[in-house]
Design a protein around this ligand. Structure first.
Ligand SMILES: [Zn+2]
Length: 144
């Protein structure tokens, strides 16, 4: 599937995924990340699907999160350079290195701690479904 680069589309916050669409969206996200071997994560809206879901690589596996939430953040925030499938340039964005997350699919409402790079990727993808690209995030952070 083609990666969406339209900034207006990517700036729209996504809708929650209804339960009957969990398996459908999981299949698409898993397959698309599997074939995009240069990517560490992909959000549904980058594929033109405006739902709150994404896939990310984690410890050599692909995890799919549906209706994800960051429930806690702690520790230092770092400015890190990130790339995005939807953008040409790299941007420096502020990320927290320790987060606790939950979702309706992978964690099934339980929480899970993510650190360092995994935490960074989760924040990048969560931003996507909130309609925030790294370009917007870097402007929000006051650095570009
Ligand atoms: Zn991205």
């Amino acid at each position: 599937m083609k990666i969406i680069k339209n900034k207006k589309f990517l700036a729209k916050p996504c809708e929650p995924v209804p339960k009957e669409k969990f398996d459908w969206i999981r299949g698409i996200l898993h397959r698309e990340l599997l074939i995009k071997t240069n990517a560490v994560g992909i959000a549904a809206n980058q594929l033109g699907i405006p739902y709150r879901a994404f896939a990310m690589r984690y410890e050599k596996r692909i995890l799919v999160f549906i209706n994800p939430k960051i429930t806690d953040r702690w520790g230092d925030e770092l400015f890190l350079k990130e790339k995005c499938l939807s953008l040409k340039k790299q941007y420096k964005v502020k990320r927290c290195m320790y987060i606790r997350v939950t979702d309706d699919y992978h964690t099934k409402g339980h929480t899970m701690a993510l650190t360092n790079y995994a935490a960074q990727v989760f924040q990048h993808e969560t931003d996507h479904i909130d309609g925030i690209t790294i370009q917007t995030r870097s402007e929000l952070d006051g650095k570009s």
